[in-house]
Design a protein around this ligand. Structure first.
Ligand code: SF4
Length: 377
């Protein structure tokens, strides 16, 4: 995987054919990183965006994996930087009429599904996700039709059309708690699309889970063998792992969790050093909130690697300041969702948000007084 500034680059991802043999093949998409701005252009663009956010009654909702300038701007202007669960809640509850979602397409769609009366704009509508791409709605519907006895639980990283076919949506913050809840009710589960997250949840809960076979191209690249070697060089480091990572990596974790949960671990733990196995975009916020901690990126290449990954999502990297400005000045990048699909998809997201609201103890929460992700402006 490699992306270059301004030039579309091919990105390969797993595509689960769900044929008789259960084979997975590789498909190709593309990504393009926006051209960098000069320091003066960057400052002017940020100032103009801040001005227009106010003038347009808009708020910037950013994911931890996007460029640090966008994260800083979201916080400085009263927006939010968070994981997809909090982004969905924040956008729904905020008074602004326009949501600028800096992330990937499914995040914009979730915002629109929850807030149909608001305008949802994204800096680049082609910013997608290998999990979304690898789980086409028609193939997924066929898979579901073949297993009508199972509750359909889908990860947030799916299209609105896939969510429309689901009983529950989950994020990595609440997936474990919701699957455990369903298992306790005697339900069998059809899970999609991330095979690593599904396997982790299955192992933790013992639930009966039939899996789709997708993967995140970023987390799939973390290497267990090289992590083991790195740990030997840093015996005092805590290992923080996102559960979209392979089993050999998760098995070595001190903390397994969503981006928010990993950030919380860095801030609250007394450990001086951390090895971080998730998209390196998170390091920006970790460094801001825990400036005295040493952060080491988990290895994505080495003797067992088949390719060299940069541990950064090529589609998250498509979000830039100029894209945000274009949203505000030109109204481009609007997310639309077919109303029939939106209504069906709303049920599974709403079910998750209601569960999270009713079971706060089941979801790891920031410590008292520690609210790192919401801007004050
Ligand atoms: S980091 Fe992985 S899961 Fe997240 S948007 Fe990129 S490809 Fe999808």
């Amino acid at each position: 995987m490699n992306t270059s500034t301004g030039t579309p680059t091919s990105v390969s991802y797993d595509y689960d054919l769900q044929d008789a043999s259960g084979a997975t093949c590789t498909a190709h998409a593309w990504a393009r990183v926006p051209a960098p701005l000069s320091p003066s252009a960057k400052a002017a663009t940020k100032a103009r965006i801040a001005e227009l956010l106010k003038a347009r009654n808009a708020v910037l909702v950013a994911h931890y994996y996007v460029d640090g300038d966008l994260q800083d701007l979201a916080l400085a202007t009263g927006g939010c930087v968070s994981d997809s669960l909090e982004m969905a809640r924040f956008g729904r509850d905020h008074a602004a009429q326009t949501l600028i979602v800096a992330g990937v397409k499914f995040m914009g769609e979730s915002a629109k599904i929850l807030s149909p009366g608001k305008t949802v704009l994204m800096p680049d509508l082609d910013a997608t996700c290998s999990l979304d791409l690898g789980c086409p709605a028609d193939d997924f519907a066929t898979f579901c039709d073949a297993h009508p006895d199972r509750k359909v639980v889908v990860y947030a990283n799916t299209s609105a059309a896939v969510k429309a076919r689901a009983d529950w949506m989950v994020t990595s913050s609440c997936a474990l708690a919701i699957v455990k809840h369903l298992k306790d009710q005697g339900e069998k589960i059809l899970w999609a699309p991330d095979r690593h997250l599904g396997r982790y949840i299955q192992k933790e809960t013992g639930a009966d889970m039939l899996m789709w076979n997708g993967a995140c191209i970023v987390h799939d690249e973390f290497k267990g063998l090289e992590l083991d070697l790195l740990k030997k060089d840093h015996p005092n480091a805590l290992v923080l792992v996102h559960p979209e990572s392979p089993e050999s990596v998760v098995a070595q974790a001190d903390v397994v969790g969503s981006t928010s949960q990993l950030l919380k671990a860095v801030v609250e733990s007394n450990a001086p050093e951390f090895i971080v196995a998730t998209d390196n975009g998170i390091l920006h916020r970790m460094r801001q909130l825990a400036p005295n901690k040493v952060l080491i990126e988990a290895p994505t290449a080495g003797n067992s690697a088949t390719c060299k990954s940069c541990a950064h999502c090529p589609w998250m990297a498509m979000n830039g300041l100029q894209g945000v400005l274009d949203c505000l000045e030109k109204g481009v990048g609007e997310i639309t969702v077919d109303e029939a699909i939106r209504l069906k998809a709303h049920g599974c997201i709403d079910r998750m948000l209601a569960f999270v609201a009713q079971n706060p103890a089941a979801i790891a929460q920031p410590a008292q007084g520690f609210v790192p992700n919401v801007g004050a402006a």
